[in-house]
Design a protein. Structure first.
Length: 119
């Protein structure tokens, strides 16, 4: 059984930084992509950033220049370094990955971690 475990959320002041981590575990054959989504209260879930294999990185316009996604292929882990945080970055952040395991290919989601940007 494949799962994603996130960590690193919390409360931070505007202008501050946080680093989110997401580790995939289980009987993993390969990972097509790993990424982060977020959902603010009353809003739809949106893509924040993702990295597809080793050759494509994508960011939402709202986080470009402030957030950096990186992936540790040996540890099946993806990170999201968030700098210059703004109150509008407040949301539940979800890790997602496209994973091939013994059960075939499927999209896997983490449980979510809350990021609150407030003074």
């Amino acid at each position: 059984q494949v799962q994603l475990v996130e960590s690193g959320g919390g409360l931070v002041q505007p202008g501050g930084s946080l680093r989110l981590s997401c580790a995939a575990s289980g009987s993993i054959f390969s990972i097509r992509y790993m990424g982060w989504y977020r959902q603010a209260p009353g809003k739809e879930r949106e893509l924040v950033a993702n990295v597809i294999r080793s050759y494509s990185t994508n960011y939402s316009d709202s986080v470009k220049g402030r957030f950096t996604i990186s992936r540790d292929y040996a540890k099946n882990t993806v990170y999201l370094q968030m700098n210059s945080l703004k109150p509008e970055d407040t949301a539940v952040y979800y890790c997602a990955a496209g994973i091939t395991s013994i059960s075939g290919y499927r999209e896997v989601w983490g449980q979510g971690t809350l990021v609150t940007v407030s003074s």
